[in-house]
Design a protein around this ligand. Structure first.
Ligand code: 5GP
Length: 115
């Protein structure tokens, strides 16, 4: 990660976070302002500013984020109840941290999408 966001600082352990998963390409930690009983962010270690900025050579990372989230859901025992994964992109998507990340939301029935 050459760019610097709050997520890069979490990866470097410069600021605390509840890290729940890490491998060679991906790490995950609980969101500081959870929008559901379970709210975990899955982030690639490589710098990718947005989904839109992702290069073809980096596209496998989205699969890794999704697979790690699905594995987490299975291990935590809520996969059968269900969950939602979301990637926000740029301003209208509501992205506030400009390092690609996938939200995993679970633990209760979730509302439908809205504006
Ligand atoms: P975005 O809005 O970019 O899709 O999501 C960014 C997420 O990062 C938000 O849900 C926000 O609560 C979370 N977040 C921002 N700063 C921190 C932090 O310092 N620690 C943790 N754990 N989450 C953060």
């Amino acid at each position: 990660m050459s760019e610097d966001t709050i997520f890069h600082r979490i990866l470097r352990r410069e600021i605390p976070a509840d890290i729940v998963y890490e491998d060679d390409e991906v790490f995950a930690f609980r969101d500081i302002a959870p929008q559901a009983p379970v709210h975990v962010l899955f982030v690639p270690k490589e710098s990718v500013r947005t989904l839109d900025a992702m290069q073809s050579s980096q596209s496998h990372l989205v699969g890794k984020l999704a697979y790690a989230a699905a594995e987490f859901a299975r291990k935590e025992g809520f996969a059968d109840d269900g969950y939602r994964v979301v990637i926000n992109c740029n301003a209208h998507g509501g992205q506030t941290v400009f390092q690609l990340h996938l939200h995993l939301l679970a633990g209760a029935p979730l509302g439908r999408f809205g504006t």
